[in-house]
Design a protein around this ligand. Sequence first.
Ligand code: CTP
Ligand code: CA
Length: 461
Amino acid sequence: MRLKEVLEEALRLAKPPPREEEELKETVNLLLRETRAEAEKTEGAVNVSLEGSAAKGTWVKGRAEADIFIHFEPTVPKERMEREIVELGFRVLERLKGRPRLMYADHPYVEGRVGEVTVNIVACYRVEPPGWLSATDRTPYHTRYVLERLGAEQRDQVRLLKAFMLGCGVYGAEIKVRGFSGYLAELLILHYGSFPGLVEAASKWKPPIILDLEGHYRSAREAAEAFPGQPLVVIDPVDRARNVAAAVAEERLAEFILASKLFLRSPSLRFFGAGPKPRRPSLTQLARGRNILAVSFRTGVKKPPDVLWGELRRSGEGVKRALERLGFQVYRSGAWTDEEKECLLVYELAYLRLPPTRLHRGPPAHHPNALQFIEKWVRSRERAAGPWVEGMRLYVLRREGMTDAVKLLKREVLEGRVALARGLIDEIKQAKITTQVTRLARNRRLQRYLREFLSARPTYL
Ligand code: CTP
Ligand code: CA
């Protein structure tokens, strides 16, 4: 397909039909009415507003979401504000049969679902920039900034971009993805004018990329110096001290650059997650001849996805470091959860068994400790051979007691030598550690994740 045709078709997939717009509008009105009534009864709550993509007309078809913000007086203490928003959000959503659920980003909020619309009820302080008191206070300013600048055509360009980023797995600032937020997508379109314009530019990006839409800094260099080490810096138009792209992991940026190059080379709906999917071999086929180790467990308490994903990532890192410390070479690692209870950490290793013996280097013969070394090793049960002299030094061949990756890791975990997130320690101590990943695929989604992990290649490639 040619670029123009692909873009037209992709927009048909990304742009909500009038029916969806209508439903969202009605639900939003209902929510605003109910929330205002509740806010009036809440001391210190001064305003209720619609924010996010519903307010800006930039949501993607099938992903309608109402972000309802309640603005509090700055004199209200944070603990009270957090308590009020949770109680209020639950009341409103329960009344609308919205099945409320407590969520947590860097602040607590309430999520629910009314009809086809996902609802977030969030608190912020009514403050003037730059006197931010909480992480959400900038949001109403973001909405205003985008609304005043983004035209109707560009709103569709944002939708195209979000659909592309969704299709390529880089959309979303949550910890699960560590990718591009909706606001960031909007700023990128504002800066580059259109989706093709952005993709063209991104295909030539060489990080660090510095964008300063409002010229808050005198030069790109000065802006870069304010955010050292960050591969993508997009200065927040409403707050010069904030990088809108701070949550973007370097892998997501690299994936976006790569996807842009590939898309320009041969445009296709695959990049938007549509069209025929490449068939992946079965799990058994993929796992054959490879050394995979998995840690599978269930979480006891249900917690917000951002919290669980954070704990999972940190624990995954801890296990990786432990494996390396034990002497294993870790090629790749991954983590997965259904966000309800099933969790998985998975590793591809060079080998699943350590060599039965290891060379142990001692001091030079002339060193004062030479005799001590000999004393120790001659009597040691771990000694397989030696001590002998090679060059000026003493050596022994040392027998490994345990060589099996599963057993070694289990021991390290049980003896508390693996740095795990506190919230998952008990669960991981009882985890099933196995090299038989094909037997793990209890459910469809886990199976799909394992196939993705093992094929290690994005669908658009
Ligand atoms: N926000 C927040 N806390 C939430 C939900 C939203 O702070 N629980 C803020 C975000 O920081 C953002 C705005 O509200 O400034 C909208 O967030 P989000 O829903 O992530 O992005 P959208 O622009 O609405 O994009 P999408 O189409 O993905 O909904
Ligand atoms: Ca939203």
